[in-house]
Design a protein around this ligand. Structure first.
Ligand code: PLP
Length: 386
């Protein structure tokens, strides 16, 4: 059982006495012990046994085991949301006075952690820009502990070279953490390039159907052990129900992501040919500035296409108002195609200058390409652009 699709399907919790084919839902907050010795040995971790569902649960373990294998990790722990995974990872691994070096384009709530909350504990973050990545070493200080990346970035769809950053992290003895949400382990496995911990929002392509929230951190066993102990004492655990849903989702991850990427490439090619589109950013278009790096580290280009439409903020708003089928929603990685206009929504409070700093121009539209027939998606985008 060595292939991705096979262990996504065949990694399964031990069957119960009913010999069920598909793993049942284990809605139980706690587990029982045979006797005093069983209880002692279980608590002493001499036996691997579920004790309490804040620590572990059969459904959560099945989901986690799959992601661990998919990412080529040693161990993992699943969380209620992606942000719970990201926050717990940082909170476990950082001490007061530590320093983080991160790419500038990070998920909004991660940016808020870095700028609003971590300074309370005297933890400072320095951002580097994707187009200046080769000079990242100048930001590393004696108290730098973590190198943090997202690739592809949101919403600018920049690609950062995992092999390069893996080497930098190793040279400076930094803990290298990658948010692999946009790629999923099917397209990209950062551990191959030296990542110590990989974090995910399972809410996106891992569920892929816009139903449940979830998060996971996988990586080096020694680090995950500490993250697990932090989580088991602070309580951000994934619910067994969500784990059950997400483990089913993983059974179809490969086939879904493949179709998402095939559709996204067609959408990107269509957009490139439309006269009202100024620029298209998609990792597997030869026009992408990091096309070669994307080809090296990603199996396919992902499902997010960013494009710049003519007419600035007003052009972007008019485009959204003309969309008839695609959804206007903040989520991504759903079966349903979603379009957003960051400059008039998520990033509306920033000045033009601040937006340009993070690669969000006035007419930038982000499209999370879904699994509808791609001809229908293109037809909707086309009539709105026309
Ligand atoms: C959505 C997202 C998160 C946060 O995940 P939640 O499950 O919403 O908490 C983190 N990183 C990236 C890249 C995301 O897209």
């Amino acid at each position: 059982m060595e292939n991705f699709e096979t262990f996504a399907i065949r990694t399964q919790t031990e069957r119960s006495q009913f010999d069920e084919h598909s793993t049942p839902l284990y809605l139980t907050s706690s587990f029982v012990f045979q006797d005093a010795e069983d209880m002692r040995a279980s608590f002493a971790e001499e036996k691997s046994k579920n004790l309490y569902s804040r620590f572990s649960n059969p459904n959560v373990n099945e989901f986690t085991d799959k992601i661990v294998k998919m990412e080529g990790a040693e161990a993992g722990y699943a969380f209620a949301t992606g942000m719970a995974a990201i926050y717990s990872t940082f909170a476990t691994l950082l001490d007061a006075g530590d320093h983080i070096v991160s790419c500038q384009s990070v998920f909004g709530s991660t940016h808020t952690l870095f700028t609003k909350y971590f300074p309370k504990w005297n933890i400072e973050t320095t951002y580097f820009k994707a187009d200046n990545a080769e000079n990242v070493e100048q930001y590393i200080k004696p108290n730098t502990k973590i190198l943090y990346l997202e690739t592809p970035t949101n919403p600018a769809i920049e690609i950062l070279d995992l092999e390069f950053f893996g080497k930098i992290a190793k040279k400076h003895n930094l803990i290298f953490i990658v948010d692999n949400c946009f790629a999923t382990p099917y397209l990209q496995q950062p551990i191959k390039y030296g990542a110590d911990v990989v974090v995910h929002s399972a809410t996106k392509l891992i569920d892929g159907q816009g139903r449940v929230l979830g998060g996971v951190a996988v990586g080096r066993a020694d680090l995950i052990r500490e993250i697990y102990l932090f989580a088991r004492n602070t309580g951000p655990a994934m619910s067994p129900f969500n784990a059950w849903v997400l483990s089913k989702s993983l059974e179809t991850l490969a086939i879904r992501v493949e179709r998402h990427c095939e559709n996204a490439l067609k959408v990107a090619q269509f957009l490139e040919s439309h006269p009202n589109v100024e620029l298209v950013k998609y990792p597997f278009l030869p026009s992408h500035p990091s096309y070669e790096i994307a080809k090296k580290q990603m199996k396919l280009g992902g499902n997010i296409v960013a494009f710049e439409i003519k007419g600035g903020i007003e052009g972007g708003r008019k485009f959204l108002d003309s969309i008839t089928m695609c959804s206007l929603s903040a989520n991504l990685g759903d079966t349903r195609t979603i379009v957003t206009h960051p400059a008039s929504t998520t990033h509306s409070k920033l000045t033009d200058e601040e937006r340009n700093e993070v690669g969000i121009t006035a007419g930038l539209v982000r499209c999370s390409v879904g699994l509808e027939n791609v001809e229908d998606v293109i037809a909707d985008l086309k009539q709105a652009l026309d």
